[in-house]
Structure formats: C-alpha cells, structure tokens
Design a protein around this ligand. Structure first.
Ligand code: AMP
Length: 283
C-alpha cells in the first residue's frame, strides 16, 4: 500500500534536506524514535509532538546495539506497512527507516557510554549493554534529524531519564519531552512485546500495574518503600512472574531515596513465561 502523504526515507542526506527546508520556512520539528510494531502508545508520542512542533518525523529502527546476544532481536515484531498506515493517519509526514548498514557502516567504532541514571541498577542490572546502545543510536538520530523536540515515553522511564541526561551533558540542541504511558483498558501498559503473551499470560499481565498501584498506596499510608517493594514482588511471584525488580526510586535521579518526602517513582520489570514486561508509576 502507498501513502501519498507520507515520505519514507532511508538515507540521511534526504532527511537533512527535508528538515533544512522546514527550518528555513520557520517550522519546528519533533522526532519520535521507535523500533516499529507501532501501537497507540507510539501514536500518543506523535500527537504530543504535534502539540510542540509543526512537523513530526517518526523513526523506525530496531537497533541491534541495544539487544544482547540472547535477547529477542531476531524475533522482534516488524510491520513496516502497518506502521506507515498508522503514522500517516496520525499526520506524520516523514518516516525515517534506515537499514542497519546505513546506521552502522563497516568500521563503525563509536559508542556513547553513560553513568548516572544509566547505572541505577534497574534495567542496566539485567541488560548491561542496553543504555550505551540506546544513547549511541539516539545521539545519531538527534544529529541526523536536527529535530527541535524529541518525544520519549514514560513507559521506559529509565530510558527517558538517560536520554534527557545525555542531551544535556552533550549540549545537544534538542528538548527531550516525556509522554505519559498509554494503557489498555485493563491497565496493562501498551507494548510491542505484548503480542508475545499467550491469552492466559495476557490475562495475568495486568498484575504488574495493580502491584505498582498497591505499593504506591502502601507508601502513601506510611509503609516504608523497601517493605512495599518486597510485598509487590511477593504478590507478582505468587502469580507466576519471575521478578527482575520492583523499586521505589527518586523520580529524577533514579537513586535510592533517602526519604519518602522525595518525589518517588515505582518501577518494575518481570518475566511472564518468555516475555519480559516493564512498567512504572508516580508515587
Ligand atoms: P519502542 O518502539 O518500544 O522502542 O518505543 C518507542 C517509544 O515509544 C519510546 O519512547 C517508548 O517509551 C514509547 N512508548 C512505548 N510504549 C508506550 C506506551 N504504552 N505509552 C507511551 N509511550 C510508549
């Protein structure tokens, strides 16, 4: 299917030319980096992009550098035609979907290494290469698109903090904007990986959001965060999850909180069968 109103670009010079034209006309540009297999959560980033900017570029790239050898790179869901149709209906005019060889040509030798929020002992404890892979590709996407705004989902809360920190640390001329998590009607955070879930697992999966909410209520009622984390973890384990972490952290730095007076974020990651789910909420 073709979408006359959307251009699918694969190379950086054409992308740069398009954005230069927009900037010359005084238009602001937002970028929405994705790995494709788009759902309404991604489209909410596009919609938010249009609140900040005149044009929204979506990028689709399943970044090999952020997958470890044992992870799901090979079976990660891909549906470029479906993605283009969804993006066109959301008003996106340009989609940048480069081939891996265009992003990492032979001889590619650079990596952005991050500390701080990238070493909070959350996702990084279980996926050691992940944030350097994200930071490297996101830096490239920021410089390739020369966008004014970049939209990132709170769904991947640690990633949002890592990318915000990196843009500031490297003086990248872009404003990173966080967008609230879109959920299914029963509370499950939308994710491209939800299609891996069997019907029975899909039913149980809502327990993550419930456990986070119950832990937040407990913390508000005076339970200390460590105890609330342990109770949430036990509840998830009892329902068949293998929990990687449930953690209450400072909402800005992701450090362990010294007091419940700090703004807190509760974050969780857990396996249901072969699928790893993550979620987080404000406390
Ligand atoms: P991904 O394609 O999974 O790499 O996600 C691309 C972007 O969409 C990231 O900024 C994610 O945080 C964001 N995103 C993914 N799922 C959701 C969701 N349910 N609600 C809001 N944003 C999301």
């Amino acid at each position: 299917m073709t979408h006359p109103q959307i251009s699918l670009l694969r190379d950086v010079p054409t992308l740069r030319q398009q954005v230069a034209q927009w900037h010359a006309a005084g238009l602001k540009v937002a970028v929405v980096p994705t790995m494709g297999a788009l759902h309404d959560g991604h489209l909410s980033l596009v919609r938010r992009g249009f609140e900040k900017a005149d044009r929204v570029i979506a990028t689709i790239f399943v970044n090999p550098k952020q997958f470890a050898a044992h992870e799901d790179l090979g079976r990660y869901p891909r549906d470029e035609a479906g993605d283009l149709a969804k993006l066109a209906s959301a008003g996106t005019s340009v989609v940048f979907a480069p081939a891996p060889e265009a992003v990492y040509p032979k001889g590619f030798a650079t990596s952005i290494h991050m500390e701080g929020p990238a070493k909070a002992r959350l996702e990084d404890a279980f996926r050691p290469q992940f944030f350097d892979g994200v930071a490297t590709v996101v830096t490239k996407l920021f410089t390739q698109t020369a966008a004014d705004y970049a939209m990132f989902g709170e769904k991947d809360y640690q990633q949002l903090k890592v990318v915000s920190r990196m843009a500031r640390d490297l003086d990248l001329p872009i404003e990173v904007v966080g967008v609230p998590t879109m959920r299914e009607a029963d509370g499950l955070a939308m994710s491209s990986r939800n299609i891996y879930l069997s019907p029975a697992e899909r039913h149980v999966a809502t327990a993550i959001y419930r456990a986070l909410n119950e832990a937040a209520v407990m913390i508000h009622a005076g339970t200390n965060p460590a105890q609330a984390e342990a109770l949430a973890e036990a509840a998830l384990t009892a329902q068949g999850f293998k929990v990687d972490y449930v953690a209450a952290r400072n909402a800005q730095t992701l450090a362990k909180p010294a007091s419940v007076a700090e703004p807190l974020r509760l974050l969780a990651a857990a396996w249901l069968g072969k699928t790893r789910l993550i979620d987080n909420i404000a406390v």
